[in-house]
Write a protein that binds this ligand. Structure first.
Ligand code: FEO
Length: 169
């Protein structure tokens, strides 16, 4: 069943937010790559790719339901990053923003009685729990190591080999 015009706008806003999340991770990857932390940079780039997968899931849902998918204006990431901890705290804050947007989208579809979007949004609710948990764990590890160089290099090496902990489409 086709999404109502209001829901089409709401889903397209989520498409835009997922692309924006990808740009945030890309920028964070640049910040850490340029501080000679390639493992963290690689992890963040992989996460940026995951956000494109997320955007595509919403785009596919719109197309499958005979709606029009339209990418909106992507805001340039404005991030103040001096340390790896700053970078991952910024990632965590952005994930929380995305989680709230998914919950809001869920509430909007429930109010409209749109049952067909439930499976997709349930997937995303789960995904956000995982993503927040993964990033929050990295923030905690970085808080533990503080400014300790060998500690930072250990976290960097671990992230170089660690899967993002998210579910590929
Ligand atoms: Fe698409 Fe990391 O939320």
């Amino acid at each position: 069943m086709k999404l109502s015009p209001e829901l089409e706008v709401a889903f397209n806003n989520q498409v835009t937010l997922e692309f924006e999340a990808s740009m945030v991770y890309r920028q964070l990857a640049i910040e850490l790559d340029s501080r000679d932390l390639p493992g963290m940079g690689a992890w963040l780039r992989h996460q940026a790719d995951e956000e494109i997968v997320h955007a595509n899931k919403f785009i596919d849902h719109l197309i499958d339901r005979d709606n029009h998918a339209q990418i909106g204006k992507i805001n340039s990431p404005q991030l103040d990053v001096s340390t790896p901890l700053d970078a991952f705290k910024a990632a965590y804050a952005h994930e929380q923003r995305v989680s709230e947007a998914i919950r809001s989208l869920y509430r909007t579809t429930e109010e409209a009685g749109d049952l067909d979007s439930r499976p997709l949004l349930n997937w995303f609710l789960n995904e956000q729990i995982e993503e927040e948990a993964t990033v929050s764990e990295i923030v905690a590890q970085l808080e533990l190591v503080g400014e300790d160089g060998p500690g930072l290099l250990r976290v960097d090496a671990e992230l170089a080999s660690r899967p993002t902990g998210t579910t590929e489409a």
